[in-house]
Design a protein around this ligand. Structure first.
Ligand code: AMP
Length: 303
């Protein structure tokens, strides 16, 4: 028997419920999502539960973060299935599933502009994307109020930007990052994996394979950015329809390293590419993430 939780559509209802929870001495945990929930999202919910005892999950496909040629219309939506998945968890107190018109009121014109963090990696390839993300996340934080919010490292640049927004705007939100959840063969789980045809799903393993090859080289002492990048790029180029980027960047500022540079103790290796029509992203933090994340030492691993 599911223990759900209320499903509400109006921001004011969410605010009232969260205020009431805080008044009872509860800590609010918040997991923003675009729905089509998978194991990655559920892991964030469990993480939120470790840090808080009144858990809010939002399900909102935010139009302002999609470009005109992106997949806003066809993005997978199935609220009933999502609510069932959350009900099974019994960890969620409130699901916030607003209409676009409730999040962007008539005449809405305020946008949150992101600085240099948005100028690297996906930023130049998806104009306006991070402004849309920053705006909706700020709105959601306004709706929920003081909380601990959990975001996945799968969207590494997004997490960095959200941390910066919370810091720069003094938002009463503690940001927690969660490691990437992968299928047993290494593929990072994603709502967009549903678009992949079976053969494309096999090709998509080139992303995690590239990250693993570079991670192994890093673990063996390789520090040249170009060599590490090249290992990942070769694996991705072998499977991708097109490569947006394979970049080694500073893990905090996201400024890319020149290929000639030696990286220090820690750097992010990030990939964006298309497999068929589907745009996929993945990353690893060299010097921080361990190889087990890729199914290393796992008999199911297919590297
Ligand atoms: P989305 O619904 O794609 O907007 O994602 C909602 C949240 O889930 C974001 O914080 C994502 O980073 C996180 N997320 C998505 N996929 C994964 C994954 N494979 N592992 C961990 N977190 C994830």
């Amino acid at each position: 028997m599911p223990l759900i939780q209320r499903v509400v559509a109006m921001p004011a209802e969410v605010r009232a419920a969260c205020d009431a929870a805080r008044a009872r001495g509860l800590l609010v945990g918040f997991v923003p999502t675009m729905g089509a929930l998978h194991e990655g999202h559920l892991a964030l919910v469990r993480k939120a539960r470790q840090n808080a005892n009144f858990i809010v999950v939002s399900i909102f496909v935010n139009p302002t973060q999609f470009g005109p040629n992106e997949d806003f219309i066809k993005y997978p939506r199935n609220l009933d299935v999502d609510i069932d998945r959350l009900s099974d968890l019994a960890d969620v107190d409130l699901v916030f599933a607003p209409e676009v018109s409730s999040m962007y009121l008539a005449g809405d014109e305020t946008r949150v502009t992101v600085g240099a963090l948005a100028s690297h990696l996906c930023g130049p390839l998806r104009p306006g994307h991070f402004e849309g993300v920053a705006t909706v996340v700020t709105k959601l934080f306004g709706v929920v109020g003081p909380c601990t919010a959990v975001f996945g490292k799968k969207d590494y640049q997004q997490l960095a930007i959200v941390r910066r927004i919370a810091r720069d705007l003094f938002l009463p939100v503690t940001i927690v990052g969660h490691p990437i959840i992968r299928d047993p063969d290494g593929l990072a789980v994603s709502s967009r994996n549903a678009y992949l045809l079976p053969q494309e799903r096999v090709r998509a393993l080139g992303l995690s394979r590239g990250l693993l090859l570079a991670s192994r080289a890093f673990a063996s002492g390789e520090r040249n950015a170009g060599v590490l990048r090249g290992l990942a790029l070769a694996a991705v180029a072998a499977v991708a329809t097109s490569v947006d980027y394979v970049t080694v960047a500073d893990a905090e500022s996201l400024v890319p390293f020149d290929d000639a540079a030696a990286i220090g103790a820690r750097a992010v290796l990030a990939i964006a590419c298309r497999i068929g029509q589907t745009r996929l992203i993945d990353n690893v933090v060299l010097g921080e993430d361990d190889l087990h994340a890729f199914g290393e030492d796992d008999s199911h691993a297919q590297f």
